[in-house]
Design a protein around this ligand. Sequence first.
Ligand SMILES: Cc1cc2nc3c(=O)[nH]c(=O)nc-3n(C[C@H](O)[C@H](O)[C@H](O)COP(=O)(O)O)c2cc1C
Length: 405
Amino acid sequence: MVSQSERNRVVLGITGSIAAYKSAEYARLLVSRGFEVRVVMTESAQEFISPTTFQAITGKPVVTTFWEEANPAVIGHIEIADWADVVVVAPATADFLAKVRMGAAETPLLALILATKAPIVIAPAMNTNMLEHARTQENLKVIAESGVTIVEPEEGALACGWKGSGRMASPWEIFHHTVRAIGDGDYVNKRVLVVTGPTREPIDPVRFLSNRSSGKMGMAMATEAFRRGAEVAVIHGPIRALLPAKISRQEVFTAQQMYDAVVEKVFGEGSEAFDYIVMAAAVADFRPKQPSELKIKRSEQPKSLALVENPDILAELGKRRGEETRPVLVGFAVETGEIEALLEAAGDKLRRKKADIIVGNFAEDAFDLDTNRVWIIDRHGKREEVATTFKTRVANKILDAMKKQ
Ligand SMILES: Cc1cc2nc3c(=O)[nH]c(=O)nc-3n(C[C@H](O)[C@H](O)[C@H](O)COP(=O)(O)O)c2cc1C
């Protein structure tokens, strides 16, 4: 089987929208991640940005017209259609969408859309009224139904002076969809819930107890699961959640709120059936027993802070799942000290909470970093060490292990 890393040829189509300047950033992002990129531009696109820019970024000639193809040095649109592992059109104009829907082939880009067998990703960009027009919506619907991925435009300020929907999705957003389209899709039709970030336990209205969790490990799990085709939901503590827009998200603050949100999402009325639940949150074990309603003044310094235990979310999930094997439950154990103690604590947590996988990691390797070093321990007694690497790579190792449960 061809692995995802071997499928790295992107044909980038650019049409005539002001958003075309963002395509240069997207092309750079692809090149910096090791993708080979070939750019095809419509005539209108060249009014907005020069082919030279893309030639410089990609190191390859840009296809701009059919009529150079007689020249054997120039790669033709059919050859490019066959070469592509994925075709991404960003930005896509209203005009382009109408023509794709019709099956027109009057430009090299339109022709290669018809000719390619590779997955197609389209990121529209246009004025709000053009986007909301019944004809454009119908075109988008028909194109999406033919199996093309539409990266939904964002809300915001538009170049035409309007404020509303129609702004092209960010280069990162389009990148997530590109990787998802190109990948094996081994998590297609799987539903994954990721719970991540710290919690905040109020002492008074301005102070709280919390921890150093950044939520990055959970966000990497959610993003990678999305890229592998899953439908993903995230419940997160107070962090900046940088996630693909298609991932649903819910913010909570305290451990009790996190517990309530998870229980509601998994067991509540109209709850969703998850195949996998990843508890990557650093949930406070304790909270102040009696938070003050007013700010505690320096002159009123309390002698001590009484704490009570918070509910244990993973243990509750394990208990409620009972003898069932789904959802697969994944927890994290963070420790300080020696490896033996970490492994023992992780194994103990696995049994006590009836989880399928516990990922053991050290506080100094994990908190607020883009990298991590972990031990993945499963209920069959399998143990895998993942040496220090990016959290995205660690996430993929964990996702591999989750699939085997
Ligand atoms: C300044 C300017 C900005 C434009 N921006 C957009 C746009 O964002 N989206 C769109 O659908 N059309 C936009 N258009 C109109 C398209 O460029 C026009 O429909 C063109 O025929 C599209 O050709 P193409 O799809 O072959 O690139 C814009 C036109 C101008 C003059």
